[in-house]
Design a protein around this ligand. Structure first.
Ligand SMILES: [Zn+2]
Length: 177
Protein backbone atom coordinates (compact mmCIF):
# COMPACT_ATOMS: atom_id res chain seq x y z
CA UNK A 1 0.00 0.00 0.00
CA UNK A 2 1.19 3.43 -0.84
CA UNK A 3 1.50 6.33 1.55
CA UNK A 4 -0.95 9.13 0.82
CA UNK A 5 0.37 12.66 1.16
CA UNK A 6 -2.05 15.44 2.06
CA UNK A 7 0.40 18.17 1.14
CA UNK A 8 3.67 18.77 -0.65
CA UNK A 9 6.44 21.27 -0.01
CA UNK A 10 9.62 22.17 -1.82
CA UNK A 11 12.64 20.24 -0.47
CA UNK A 12 15.00 23.15 0.06
CA UNK A 13 14.75 26.83 0.98
CA UNK A 14 15.18 29.12 -0.79
CA UNK A 15 14.14 27.16 -3.89
CA UNK A 16 15.80 29.08 -6.67
CA UNK A 17 16.56 27.23 -9.87
CA UNK A 18 19.98 28.65 -10.59
CA UNK A 19 21.25 25.64 -12.54
CA UNK A 20 19.56 23.60 -15.25
CA UNK A 21 15.80 24.08 -15.28
CA UNK A 22 13.13 21.46 -15.82
CA UNK A 23 12.92 20.53 -19.48
CA UNK A 24 15.95 22.61 -20.42
CA UNK A 25 17.41 21.54 -23.73
CA UNK A 26 21.10 20.71 -23.94
CA UNK A 27 22.49 21.04 -27.46
CA UNK A 28 25.85 20.34 -28.99
CA UNK A 29 26.48 21.79 -32.46
CA UNK A 30 22.72 22.49 -32.75
CA UNK A 31 21.87 18.83 -32.09
CA UNK A 32 19.61 18.13 -29.16
CA UNK A 33 21.50 15.73 -26.92
CA UNK A 34 19.38 15.79 -23.76
CA UNK A 35 16.65 17.44 -21.75
CA UNK A 36 16.96 17.96 -18.04
CA UNK A 37 14.31 16.07 -16.03
CA UNK A 38 14.25 18.27 -12.93
CA UNK A 39 15.45 21.51 -11.41
CA UNK A 40 19.00 22.16 -10.24
CA UNK A 41 19.27 24.36 -7.17
CA UNK A 42 22.81 25.58 -6.63
CA UNK A 43 23.46 25.99 -2.91
CA UNK A 44 26.00 25.63 -0.11
CA UNK A 45 27.32 22.16 0.67
CA UNK A 46 25.69 20.81 3.81
CA UNK A 47 22.33 22.43 3.09
CA UNK A 48 19.61 20.22 4.48
CA UNK A 49 17.26 18.53 1.99
CA UNK A 50 13.76 17.67 3.19
CA UNK A 51 11.25 15.17 1.94
CA UNK A 52 8.64 16.85 -0.27
CA UNK A 53 5.73 14.82 1.10
CA UNK A 54 4.67 11.79 3.09
CA UNK A 55 5.80 8.62 1.37
CA UNK A 56 8.07 5.63 1.27
CA UNK A 57 11.69 5.50 0.19
CA UNK A 58 12.06 3.23 -2.84
CA UNK A 59 15.69 4.12 -3.60
CA UNK A 60 18.52 5.41 -1.41
CA UNK A 61 21.99 4.82 -2.73
CA UNK A 62 25.43 6.34 -3.22
CA UNK A 63 26.28 6.30 -6.92
CA UNK A 64 29.73 7.79 -6.59
CA UNK A 65 31.06 9.88 -9.44
CA UNK A 66 34.58 10.51 -10.64
CA UNK A 67 36.30 12.96 -12.91
CA UNK A 68 35.99 10.41 -15.72
CA UNK A 69 32.41 9.37 -14.99
CA UNK A 70 29.90 11.79 -13.55
CA UNK A 71 27.01 10.25 -11.66
CA UNK A 72 24.11 10.82 -9.27
CA UNK A 73 26.20 10.72 -6.11
CA UNK A 74 23.73 10.22 -3.29
CA UNK A 75 20.27 9.63 -4.77
CA UNK A 76 16.94 9.23 -2.98
CA UNK A 77 13.62 8.39 -4.65
CA UNK A 78 10.40 8.58 -2.63
CA UNK A 79 7.06 7.10 -3.67
CA UNK A 80 3.94 9.09 -2.79
CA UNK A 81 0.26 8.37 -3.27
CA UNK A 82 -1.80 11.29 -4.61
CA UNK A 83 -4.40 12.33 -2.05
CA UNK A 84 -7.21 12.74 -4.61
CA UNK A 85 -6.52 10.29 -7.41
CA UNK A 86 -4.64 7.58 -5.52
CA UNK A 87 -2.06 7.59 -8.30
CA UNK A 88 1.56 6.93 -7.41
CA UNK A 89 4.18 9.55 -8.12
CA UNK A 90 7.82 9.93 -7.18
CA UNK A 91 10.10 12.67 -5.93
CA UNK A 92 13.76 12.37 -6.93
CA UNK A 93 16.67 14.01 -5.10
CA UNK A 94 20.24 13.84 -6.38
CA UNK A 95 23.81 14.87 -5.47
CA UNK A 96 23.41 14.34 -1.71
CA UNK A 97 25.71 13.14 1.03
CA UNK A 98 25.01 12.18 4.63
CA UNK A 99 21.94 10.27 3.49
CA UNK A 100 19.49 10.15 6.39
CA UNK A 101 17.04 7.54 5.03
CA UNK A 102 17.17 3.94 3.89
CA UNK A 103 15.29 1.91 1.30
CA UNK A 104 11.82 0.99 2.48
CA UNK A 105 11.59 3.66 5.19
CA UNK A 106 8.37 5.59 5.63
CA UNK A 107 8.94 9.31 5.68
CA UNK A 108 6.90 12.38 6.53
CA UNK A 109 6.89 15.68 4.70
CA UNK A 110 9.82 17.77 5.93
CA UNK A 111 11.89 14.86 7.24
CA UNK A 112 15.58 15.30 6.50
CA UNK A 113 16.70 12.90 3.78
CA UNK A 114 20.28 14.15 3.42
CA UNK A 115 22.48 17.16 2.70
CA UNK A 116 23.77 18.78 -0.48
CA UNK A 117 27.20 17.30 -1.21
CA UNK A 118 30.22 19.52 -1.98
CA UNK A 119 30.96 20.20 -5.65
CA UNK A 120 33.43 17.94 -7.46
CA UNK A 121 33.17 15.28 -4.75
CA UNK A 122 32.33 11.61 -5.43
CA UNK A 123 29.14 12.04 -3.35
CA UNK A 124 27.96 14.90 -5.56
CA UNK A 125 28.67 12.73 -8.59
CA UNK A 126 31.64 14.91 -9.51
CA UNK A 127 29.68 17.82 -10.94
CA UNK A 128 31.53 21.09 -10.59
CA UNK A 129 29.12 22.92 -8.30
CA UNK A 130 27.25 21.78 -5.20
CA UNK A 131 23.56 21.48 -6.06
CA UNK A 132 20.35 19.63 -5.42
CA UNK A 133 18.69 17.98 -8.40
CA UNK A 134 14.96 17.71 -7.72
CA UNK A 135 12.60 15.88 -10.07
CA UNK A 136 8.94 14.81 -9.98
CA UNK A 137 7.95 11.68 -11.86
CA UNK A 138 4.39 10.47 -12.53
CA UNK A 139 5.16 7.62 -14.94
CA UNK A 140 5.31 3.88 -14.30
CA UNK A 141 7.86 2.69 -11.75
CA UNK A 142 10.02 -0.16 -12.95
CA UNK A 143 12.16 -0.56 -9.85
CA UNK A 144 15.13 1.06 -11.58
CA UNK A 145 16.90 4.25 -10.68
CA UNK A 146 15.29 7.08 -12.62
CA UNK A 147 17.32 9.13 -15.09
CA UNK A 148 18.14 12.80 -14.65
CA UNK A 149 18.25 13.45 -18.37
CA UNK A 150 16.09 12.48 -21.31
CA UNK A 151 18.34 11.45 -24.16
CA UNK A 152 16.78 11.08 -27.59
CA UNK A 153 16.71 7.47 -28.84
CA UNK A 154 17.66 6.13 -25.42
CA UNK A 155 14.04 5.13 -24.76
CA UNK A 156 14.45 5.03 -21.00
CA UNK A 157 11.75 7.54 -20.17
CA UNK A 158 9.27 10.02 -21.64
CA UNK A 159 9.08 13.74 -21.07
CA UNK A 160 5.33 13.37 -20.37
CA UNK A 161 6.17 11.23 -17.34
CA UNK A 162 7.89 14.19 -15.70
CA UNK A 163 6.41 17.29 -14.12
CA UNK A 164 7.78 20.78 -13.67
CA UNK A 165 8.50 20.42 -9.94
CA UNK A 166 7.72 23.88 -8.55
CA UNK A 167 4.25 24.35 -10.10
CA UNK A 168 3.37 20.73 -9.31
CA UNK A 169 4.26 21.16 -5.63
CA UNK A 170 2.63 24.56 -5.34
CA UNK A 171 -0.65 23.53 -6.94
CA UNK A 172 -0.91 20.18 -5.11
CA UNK A 173 -3.88 20.21 -2.81
CA UNK A 174 -5.11 23.55 -4.09
CA UNK A 175 -7.41 22.17 -6.79
CA UNK A 176 -11.04 22.99 -6.14
CA UNK A 177 -13.52 20.17 -6.38
ZN1 LIG B 1 20.21 18.10 -12.47
Amino acid sequence: MGVKTAQLKLPIAPYSVTGYKFGQRIRSRMILIARHLGDDILTQPGTEVACAGDGRVVWAEMRLGSEQKKNWGGIVIIEHTHKDTGALFYSVYGHLYNLAVQDGAEVRMGDKIGEVAPGASPENGFWKLAHLHFGLYIGPWSGMVLPGWLRPFEGRTKLSWWQDPKPFVESYGKERT
